[in-house]
Design a protein. Structure first.
Length: 476
């Protein structure tokens, strides 16, 4: 393979990177981690070809020479930008060839979902495959100070605790993966300035400018105005704030661990001891308790204060919690059990056009393409549709999915002014717990909910004069 991008001479880069001081810039925890790692440990660098991951790759290669023969570049092609996505992959391949680093790459299916959470999960799944097949569990990521600021603003209005506000951390774990972020004290501008000074090329992802992603809107509109409003170095202050919040979170975790040991017995919580602790400690005790009982992460869905107050008062009104958990209070002990009907739950499943998908409850669901002039559509326009059995929706992409409801799901029904939590909609319509679990949610390629049998279809996918493709959904 001949290089299509002009990389500088190796001798020039050695001199330039020798001038970059990293001792005070890279988090101490990462430096200690690298000092203590064994010689047979390999490290993967998640590399998109963008400025951040390109800078990270060269920084690790030249500032940590003992890692050079233990590094592997890993690139995941989301295939979202056509030819540009292919060029990103070619760029990373050529960079790996230039540095003499092995590369592992993978890509997503053309019908995979494209919302931010799904894209992140696809990359994490790729890392897990790397661990399984290559034995690599350490992954370097290119998050920097601007990412810290964006994440802080992202989470601040979402009722985040201290633990949520100090993300991303220098070192974190995810299902036995160790995620390392050496660039948290480098800004986006510094990274690009350094690459420019070193004459190192990189790829620009134009999707980072698309307004459909919340993070892009924060990056484009909020962060610049925030910087302009402060006379001090905003990003430096945020980086220090993140560090202080992490220290506070570590202290809370330390004391909550001690409290947990004293107030739990045989998967029960002793209420008197539990209520003697500050709210922040009690919140952590509950989260750990639920996780250890049900082996899954737990979210209070923003209702933790109400639940803690009810426990303190000895009167739990809302016994059914997120993640299908039910709590009961009896004889001075708090108990929890799962209410999940596992035999009726529906995992994320593809819904092919024209084929029946049979569900655990014995029913089936089907999607058919219709011409806009089909007589069946007049039925939808005349509002004579049985909303429990069928729906007509305008969809631009034929990749559909179905699954059971999840905590936090929201849905905007036809004719409504805004979305509501699906759980509240179902409660308002007096649905039984069994019906809530058994009823499928139909989603588009981006994970947006199109229809829930029993409700009108989504306002966002209604048939209009400009509709070109109509899909008829049936559930019986």
């Amino acid at each position: 393979m001949s290089l299509s991008w002009a990389f500088p001479k190796t001798s020039d880069l050695e001199q330039l990177f020798a001038q970059i001081q990293v001792k005070d810039r890279i988090p101490t925890g990462i430096l200690k981690f690298l000092d203590n790692c064994t010689q047979d440990q390999k490290f993967a660098i998640a590399c998109s070809g963008g400025a951040d991951s390109t800078f990270l790759t060269f920084l690790l290669f030249y500032k940590f020479p003992f890692l050079q023969d233990r590094l592997v570049l890993c690139h995941f092609n989301h295939r979202l930008r056509g030819e540009d996505s292919g060029l990103d992959e070619e760029f990373v391949q050529e960079m790996a060839l230039y540095l003499g680093i092995p590369i592992k790459s993978d890509s997503q299916d053309s019908c995979a979902k494209t919302d931010e959470a799904s894209l992140r999960n696809q990359r994490i799944d790729f890392f897990k495959r790397m661990k399984r097949h290559e034995g690599i569990s350490n992954f370097f990521l290119g998050h920097h100070t601007d990412d810290v600021a964006e994440t802080f603003l992202w989470r601040l209005p979402r009722s985040s605790t201290v633990s949520g506000l100090h993300a991303p951390k220098p070192i974190s774990t995810h299902d036995q993966l160790i995620l390392l972020r050496p660039l948290l004290n480098f800004s986006r501008v510094e990274i690009r300035d350094c690459l420019t000074m070193c004459k190192i090329p990189w790829r620009e992802d134009q999707s980072n400018k698309e307004a459909k992603y919340l993070r892009n809107r924060i990056r484009k509109h909020v962060i610049p105005a925030w910087k302009e409003s402060f006379e001090c170095d905003l990003l430096k202050g945020i980086a220090k704030t993140r560090e202080l919040l992490e220290q506070d979170a570590q202290a809370l975790d330390y004391y909550s661990d001690k409290a947990y040991q004293k107030c739990t017995i045989n998967k029960l919580i002793k209420i008197n001891h539990f209520n003697s602790h500050p709210v922040a400690i009690r919140r952590r005790i509950l989260r750990r308790w639920f996780t250890e009982i049900f082996f899954t992460g737990f979210s209070f869905d923003g209702n933790e204060s109400e639940l803690l107050t009810q426990i303190e008062n000895g009167n739990i009104k809302a016994t059914d919690l997120p993640n299908n958990i039910r709590v009961t209070l009896k004889n001075g002990f708090l108990a929890a059990e799962s209410t999940t009907l596992t035999n009726s739950s529906i995992p994320l499943t593809s819904l092919p056009i024209g084929r029946n998908v049979f569900l655990p409850n014995g029913k089936k669901i089907k999607a058919l393409n219709l011409n806009k002039n089909s007589p069946k559509i007049q039925k939808a326009l005349s509002k004579t549709v049985n909303k429990s059995k069928e729906a007509f929706v305008s969809v631009n992409n034929s990749c559909l999915y179905l699954r059971s409801r999840q905590e936090g799901d929201r849905f905007r029904t036809l004719g409504s002014n805004g979305s509501k939590k699906i759980n509240k909609l179902m409660i308002d319509h007096k649905w039984s717990r069994k019906r809530k679990t058994e009823t499928p949610l139909i989603l588009d390629n981006d994970g947006n909910i199109i229809w829930i049998p029993g409700f009108p279809p989504s306002e966002n996918w209604k048939i209009t004069a400009s509709t070109r493709k109509v899909i008829h959904l049936t559930y019986d």
